[in-house]
Design a protein. Structure first.
Length: 275
């Protein structure tokens, strides 16, 4: 009888746990939802827009705007919005969630070595996302929410790779990124080569702000670590870049996003508070 009861409790627990997990991933994202037809993807795309500390009647051309990638996962987008409000309750901000349904394709820069990206699903389409961001998404947000020129890009894993690529591609528009567990090993560390070239060529007066973080022990985190360490050495040598870096005491790649968002927002306080 005792054995039967234990089996029954085991089944109930796993049934509840599975339902809780399903409910977690079916959470509705915060804010307003928009669908737009993208010229650069020849498809309909989705945006989430959350107003943190912004009254509906507020008219300002200096609103901070944060673009969060991989917003197809509502819990992580909601987490970011809540974390921002916790840390900066007095700073009005528009937080835009950008869905990336084909993330292995649209979050990866044009590759330099075809053999090394065979495991990816149609990689190298980051320029399409970059153009959509510059020509479609940002103008729409500016026109509707009266945002200013201060933009922060936020990404985890391949999202972290993309936001770094975006900053290197257009530092006039993207002067601040929050990158957690970025994959700089992609295409035989092509991003490291791009960082090196960028540091040598960047002559503008504007300072750039970067937050980088990685975890430990996890197989993915350890595979990314050598390139991340190279990136830190390169960036630390540039006086034009304000770099904050954290080695997180987290042993699972998918979990670095949680503490990474929190510590990243703290690490970027000089840019967040900038007027």
């Amino acid at each position: 009888m005792k054995k039967v009861l234990l089996i029954l409790l085991f089944c109930i627990f796993h049934s509840w746990n599975g339902k809780a997990q399903a409910d977690f991933y079916s959470l509705q994202p915060l804010g307003d939802r928009y669908i737009y037809d993208s010229e650069y993807f020849d498809d309909s795309r989705e945006l989430q827009v959350y107003r943190s500390g912004v009254d509906a009647t507020l008219k300002s051309d200096s609103l901070l705007t944060i673009y969060v990638f991989d917003a197809q996962y509502p819990p992580t987008f909601n987490l970011f919005c809540s974390t921002f409000e916790l840390i900066y309750p007095g700073i009005p901000c528009i937080i835009v969630g950008i869905s990336n349904p084909n993330r292995q394709s649209e979050l990866t820069p044009p590759y330099t070595d075809a053999e090394s990206v065979k495991g990816y699903d149609d990689p190298g389409k980051a320029d399409s996302l970059l153009l959509s961001l510059e020509k479609e998404i940002i103008p729409f947000i500016k026109s509707r929410y009266n945002t200013g020129s201060r933009n922060i890009l936020v990404g985890h894993s391949l999202g972290g790779t993309f936001v770094t690529y975006a900053l290197l591609s257009n530092p006039d528009l993207f002067q601040c990124i929050l990158s957690v567990s970025p994959n700089y090993m992609y295409s035989r560390k092509m991003m490291i080569d791009k960082l090196s070239e960028f540091i040598k060529e960047y002559k503008e007066d504007n300072q750039l702000y970067m937050y980088l973080a990685n975890g430990k022990k996890d197989k993915i985190e350890e595979s990314f670590k050598p390139a991340t360490e190279e990136a830190i050495k390169i960036l630390s040598a540039c006086p034009k870049i304000v770099l904050n870096y954290d080695s997180l005491n987290i042993e699972k790649h998918s979990h670095t996003i949680f503490e990474g968002y929190y510590r990243g927002l703290l690490g970027l306080k000089n840019y967040v508070n900038k007027e």
